[in-house]
Write a protein that binds this ligand. Structure first.
Ligand SMILES: Cc1cc2nc3c(=O)[nH]c(=O)nc-3n(C[C@H](O)[C@H](O)[C@H](O)COP(=O)(O)OP(=O)(O)OC[C@H]3O[C@@H](n4cnc5c(N)ncnc54)[C@H](O)[C@@H]3O)c2cc1C
Ligand SMILES: *[C@@H]1O[C@H](CO)[C@@H](O)[C@H](O)[C@H]1NC(C)=O
Ligand SMILES: *[C@@H]1O[C@H](CO)[C@@H](O)[C@H](O)[C@H]1NC(C)=O
Ligand SMILES: *[C@@H]1O[C@H](CO)[C@@H](O)[C@H](O)[C@H]1NC(C)=O
Ligand SMILES: *[C@@H]1O[C@H](CO)[C@@H](O)[C@H](O)[C@H]1NC(C)=O
Ligand SMILES: *[C@@H]1O[C@H](CO)[C@@H](O)[C@H](O)[C@H]1NC(C)=O
Ligand SMILES: *[C@@H]1O[C@H](CO)[C@@H](O)[C@H](O)[C@H]1NC(C)=O
Ligand SMILES: *[C@@H]1O[C@H](CO)[C@@H](O)[C@H](O)[C@H]1NC(C)=O
Ligand SMILES: *[C@@H]1O[C@H](CO)[C@@H](O)[C@H](O)[C@H]1NC(C)=O
Ligand SMILES: *[C@@H]1O[C@H](CO)[C@@H](O)[C@H](O)[C@H]1NC(C)=O
Length: 631
């Protein structure tokens, strides 16, 4: 890192449009290419050798797959950061060369309290998209295989590493994958037979107290793309400022989160992650290292901010807006319903139990309607509603987050909601608000373990709050799907163009601008959720389970004709995904994609320009476990 004096000097020089972190000044040179032509830059007019003729990306085990010598040469060029990792849980499988019961015990029992998985080069935190070919278990069934995990990983710590990997994959017609933290829910950071670029260790940070760029003059920060949300809070504390970062502590802030959108506790006051960059550094599909901002490559700048993760270029860092230091104050609400004949006599643990199901839903509806006032007061609200045993047992919890408001202000703001709930007969009391537990310094990024969630989602437009009839339809749809057993997870957030502010004009889904709520519908009983792996479920059961979830989601879609879906938290099989994820911006984004990546090198499911290719999963499932082929 540079000294702060150098920073001040740099930032105060006018006409500086960009400058690099140390790791960004290490770039691929012609002499590197002379030594290893496999890492030569691409010409956009030149197709990938052999790609026209072959139906698929070159797959391991085929004749075209690079010989060991080529990989060794690449590793040498890379200075030794090429990895060929086995799946982490291979140690649990007796037929695996690395079989080791002590290590398997460690993974099964101890990996949930440290950073084992987040520091693993292959792990993706939702397991099924990989094919669940090597789950961590003490009672393994079958053998552990590489499945949808990459074959090789570049543990990138310089721009040069990224450039070499991009060029090698393109020149050899190999599938390329970009993984940062592996939080992607649907497998956009993994892929069978691929070379993966792992950006996790790009951890540089600089505070820019006086940053000037185009019309922006003020406080900013330069953040590299491997930084996780929790790592930014200490910087905010040290420099007495606020950055917009994800709620999920270990989600990468300026990798997948920002490029796909990025909502957070600050979403209704400062917009999305995609609204924060003033200037971006990135490696493009031809292997070049470029600046993207309003003055340099503005089309790429547009697309990289919200136009979808892993699609246009590999972001190495972004200069983002910084805001004055903010306290975030939080408060909660919870109640639940129990069919009276099913309440155990000694059940006194519940915050508030209703025995009238309609009353429960009237309270739930009121909470959701009140969410409009919350977002218009710069706040966000996160809720869950879960129905069990054929809706004889329904839980509701909500958390409200108010940036920049005092405890007294928050309590006063919330009182009308509690008054209305009390009037209905829901005897909740307005609690004392406190500092948000989702915000502030001294965090640690431990505890991620792979899960198996399958869900769909919807962006609910403001229009639905403003029309009583539409509102009733909306809440009826949510009640129906929740009582069917799909867990509701609502996030009230309103990242309008207005709160997004300067520089604006990005590739973000217009449906998110109109939204007051983004909500997920979790298939909690899904076949995928069977014991942390695919379990005993057959492909047919999984496909049928998805059809049912999609039918349920149609109820939400019908109730929100002006809605869409948020690409980073959505079903990978979202019907008409181009419209849902990008709306009217799709065509422009597709043009930009074709211009910057005519090879479709950066490919991930249901992202811009991905239509021409599909993964051939052996069971016809929407995983990354199979070769990537033209359709
Ligand atoms: C526990 C959890 C909490 C979450 N919380 C939030 C939240 O609060 N708000 C929210 O909006 N979303 C949230 N998400 C969703 C999250 O935004 C996405 O999963 C996001 O894509 C993660 O980005 P990543 O870089 O950390 O993960 P990865 O899985 O490593 O990458 C995700 C995608 O981004 C691409 N990508 C990664 N790095 C780069 C880069 N440098 N340049 C270009 N493309 C890149 C990858 O290729 C992949 O397509 C959460 C997800 C989980 C699992
Ligand atoms: C790359 O080189 C390093 C250092 O020599 C070595 O440790 C590593 O195993 C090599 N990677 C592969 C895939 O061979
Ligand atoms: C599992 O691996 C062992 C050892 O490599 C092999 O003999 C066996 O056939 C494999 N089983 C299956 C089901 O592939
Ligand atoms: C794993 O966890 C167990 C129980 O929590 C603990 O006793 C043990 O020391 C841990 N092992 C390691 C290697 O951390
Ligand atoms: C990846 O590189 C980082 C930084 O050099 C290093 O700390 C880490 O151990 C490497 N990881 C693996 C799996 O090689
Ligand atoms: C931190 O910033 C806030 C808001 O701008 C300001 O009121 C406060 O005085 C600053 N604190 C310090 C220690 O500089
Ligand atoms: C409550 O549970 C009983 C026993 O399971 C059932 O007969 C009854 O229909 C349920 N009532 C409601 C309103 O769900
Ligand atoms: C929302 O935040 C903005 C920007 O900080 C502030 O000007 C405005 O007063 C806030 N609105 C409310 C209702 O608190
Ligand atoms: C679930 O409850 C509804 C009414 O609340 C009832 O009509 C239906 O038969 C129940 N289904 C099962 C499987 O119990
Ligand atoms: C709420 O409180 C009132 C007055 O204390 C009481 O009459 C009513 O039964 C309570 N309702 C519920 C659902 O507990």
């Amino acid at each position: 890192m540079r000294s702060s004096l150098a920073l001040v000097l740099l930032a105060s020089v006018t006409k500086i449009t960009c400058y690099n972190f140390d790791f960004e000044s290490i770039q691929l040179q012609d002499e590197d290419v002379d030594k290893n032509p496999d890492v030569a830059f691409g010409e956009k007019s030149t197709p990938i050798a052999g790609a026209e003729a072959s139906a698929c990306r070159v797959f391991p085990g085929t004749e075209q797959w690079p010989a060991d010598e080529a990989w060794t040469r690449l590793n040498n060029s890379l200075g030794g950061v090429l990895l060929k990792p086995a799946p982490p849980a291979a140690v649990c499988y007796p037929s695996s060369p690395s079989y080791n019961t002590a290590q398997c015990n460690y993974i099964v029992f101890n990996a949930s309290t440290n950073r084992f998985y987040i520091n693993d080069p292959l792990t993706v935190l939702t397991e099924w998209p990989e094919g669940s070919t090597c789950p961590a278990t003490l009672t393994p069934k079958g053998n552990c295989t590489q499945g949808g995990f990459p074959d090789y990983v570049v543990n990138a710590t310089t721009v040069k590493h990224i450039q070499m990997a991009v060029n090698f994959a393109r020149n050899k017609n190999i599938r390329l994958v970009v993984k940062n933290t592996g939080h992607d829910w649907v497998g956009r950071s993994t892929g069978a037979g691929s070379l993966s670029i792992w950006t996790h260790y790009l951890k540089s940070f600089e505070f820019l107290p006086e940053y000037t760029h185009d019309k922006y003059k003020g406080v900013a920060a330069k953040v590299s793309s491997g930084i996780e949300a929790w790592e930014t809070y200490d910087y905010m504390d040290i420099y007495n400022m606020t950055l917009v970062v994800p709620n999920g502590y270990t989600v990468g802030a300026y990798g997948g989160w920002m490029t796909g959108g990025g909502h957070s506790i600050l979403g209704s006051i400062y917009g999305l992650g995609a609204d924060q960059p003033l200037s971006i550094q990135a490696v493009t599909a031809d292997g070049k290292f470029v600046t993207a901002d309003l003055n340099n490559n503005p089309d790429l700048f547009y697309a990289l901010r919200g136009g979808g993760p892993g699609t246009f270029a590999i972001v190495t860092s972004a200069v983002i807006k910084a805001f004055p230091f903010l306290e975030v104050t939080a408060t909660t609400l919870a109640f639940n319903y129990r069919n009276s004949s099913t309440i155990p006599e000694n059940d006194i643990t519940l915050p508030l139990t209703l025995q009238d199901r309609d009353l429960f839903w009237r309270g739930f509806n009121l909470y959701n309607r009140f969410g409009l006032s919350v977002v218009d007061a710069n706040g966000t609200a996160y809720s869950y509603a879960t129905a069990l045993n054929n809706a004889s047992n329904i839980e509701f919890t909500g958390t409200f987050e108010f940036p920049g408001k005092s405890k007294t202000e928050v309590k006063k703001f919330m009182q009308p909601l509690f008054n209305e709930l009390n009037k209905m007969g829901i005897n909740v009391t307005n609690p004392e608000p406190g500092p948000s537990t989702n915000w502030g310094p001294k965090r640690d990024g431990v505890g991620d373990v792979p899960g198996n969630s399958r869900f769909g989602s919807r962006l609910f437009p403001r229009a639905n709050w403003e029309d009583d009839e539409l509102w009733e339809d909306t809440m009826r749809a949510v009640r129906e799907t929740t009582e069917q057993g799909y867990m509701f997870h609502g996030i009230h957030v309103a990242p309008t163009e207005e709160v997004a502010g300067y520089p604006g004009q990005n590739g973000m889904n217009p449906a998110f601008r109109r939204a007051v709520m983004h909500a997920d519908m979790f298939d909690i009983g899904s076949a995928y959720d069977n014991g942390g792996s695919r379990g005993e479920a057959t492909p047919e059961q999984i496909i049928r389970g998805h059809e049912l979830m999609n039918e349920a989601l149609n109820k939400w879609r019908v109730a929100t004709p002006d809605g869409g879906a948020y690409i980073n938290e959505a079903d990978v099989q979202e019907p008409d995904w181009q419209k849902s994820f990008f709306g009217s911006k799709y065509e422009r984004l597709l043009e930009i994609k074709k211009k910057w990546d005519p090879w479709s090198l950066f490919w991930a499911p249901s992202t811009v320009g991905s239509e021409g290719w599909a993964v051939r999963d052996p069971d016809g499932l929407p995983t990354q476990n199979g070769p990537l082929c033209k359709v």
